[in-house]
Design a protein around this ligand. Structure first.
Ligand SMILES: Cc1ncc(C[n+]2csc(CCOP(=O)(O)OP(=O)(O)O)c2C)c(N)n1
Ligand SMILES: [Mg+2]
Length: 375
């Protein structure tokens, strides 16, 4: 741990130990994840077991990862052209956290997330054309263009909303988990938040309540080691933030969030715990944001070499390495890349052709009781 007199020392994320390359951890069924520290507060389990996922599933996950990445890149280009109003945060580099989790959960389960939520939306089943339309404020968007990037939402898919207020999505997810419990349903809620959210009081209120009531809830921290422009060593009193929730008697685990198989294993285990009434789990997925905090970020707070170094560990590189090890050729990978590229071009064209919301609908869907369906 750094002492206070080191607080002004310049440092980079090099100071935080990075997970070793992924294949070292998941080279066979039943292999323990080597970076995973002892996972439970009880003595009942010590290491997360990471089964190898079927190759077909990994291929699907790869297609999803490329879809998210190319959509994000298209959105950044659209923002630069002035096609997007308001702040927009992309999740380039975070994809595996969303994909591994979505594949581990069931239809009907709930997700809430931060303003950095495009990857969750797509992994949860949102159509990219409609997603881009939403970010561009067009009427074919999931919230008819009135939510935009920071209020991505699709209740019919269980995607219960992105949130511009740091940490506000966590108590929302606790409410969803409580509703599931009270109704006797088996639905699990998962809430994604950043490392910076850990230092909001409401996170801790939610930890306590969820642990006390054994809510079917998964807390998933996408630890990209920055809160906006501030590195985590400046904000956290301890290095391993997965230790905080243990104070509330909660199971917690620290994993490589850039590896879909490890994320899938951790969320599967947490979901099992949630569904059998054993209560919430905290997962700290170590990841890295490869693009700026938001569109237009000049990124003066980190050296380009730091970002460059992370390319070796980022989710697409990790997935390509895994698929290569399973005998998938570079040509097969390139074919998927091309198909997705075309798919995203079509999605952008769909969004650009989508009409603006009609002026007469300005105040509809804004306040309760004023929906465009007349409800
Ligand atoms: C309650 C609140 N305080 C401050 C902000 C301004 N703000 C927006 S993003 C952010 C950093 C959050 O960092 P982190 O939780 O690590 O998420 P990341 O952006 O890295 O994904 C802050 C402080 C806010 N949106 N809401
Ligand atoms: Mg962060």
């Amino acid at each position: 741990m750094k002492s206070a007199d080191h607080a002004s020392e310049a440092t980079t994320t090099d100071d935080v130990a990075l997970p070793a390359p992924a294949e070292a951890k998941t080279d066979g069924p039943g292999h323990p994840a080597s970076i995973t520290t002892d996972v439970l507060p009880s003595d009942s389990a010590t290491e997360l077991v990471v089964p190898a996922l079927p190759t077909d599933m990994l291929l699907e996950m790869y297609r999803m990862a490329v879809t998210i990445r190319l959509m994000e890149e298209a959105l950044l280009a659209a923002a630069e052209e002035g096609q997007i109003g308001g702040a927009m945060h992309t999740a380039i580099g975070h994809e595996a956290n969303a994909i591994g989790a979505a594949y581990a959960l069931r239809p009907g389960d709930y997700v809430t997330c931060t303003y950095r939520g495009h990857h969750h939306g797509l992994a949860w089943g949102m159509n990219p054309g409609r997603a881009i339309a939403e970010v561009m404020g067009r009427s074919d968007g999931f919230a008819k263009g009135k939510g935009g990037s920071m209020h991505f939402v699709s209740p019919e898919l269980g995607m219960m909303g992105a949130n511009g207020i740091v940490a506000a999505q966590a108590p929302h997810a606790a409410g969803l988990a409580l509703a599931s419990y009270l109704r006797g349903e088996e639905r699990v809620a998962i809430t994604f938040f950043g490392d910076g959210a850990l230092f909001q009081g409401v996170m801790h209120e939610t930890f306590n309540m969820a642990a006390k009531w054994k809510l079917p809830l998964i807390f998933y921290c996408e630890n990209n080691r920055y809160s906006e422009m501030t590195p985590i060593w400046r904000t956290s009193s301890i290095e391993d933030i997965f230790l905080f929730p243990r104070a509330y008697g909660m199971a917690s685990v620290q994993i490589d969030g850039n590896d879909v198989e490890i994320v899938h294993a951790a969320v599967s285990e947490a979901a099992e715990r949630a569904r059998d009434g054993s209560g919430p789990t905290f997962i700290e997925g170590i990841t890295y944001r490869l693009a700026g905090h938001m569109a237009g970020d000049l990124e003066t707070y980190r050296p380009p070499e730091e970002v460059e170094k992370q390319q070796a560990y980022e989710p697409l590189t990790v997935l390509r390495r895994k698929l290569g090890a399973r005998g998938i050729s570079e040509d097969q990978i390139a074919e998927i890349d091309e198909e997705v590229d075309e798919y995203i071009d079509e999605a952008v064209a769909f969004a650009e052709n989508s009409p603006w919301p009609d002026r007469s609908e300005t105040y509809l869907d804004v306040f309760a009781g004023s929906t465009s369906s007349g409800g």
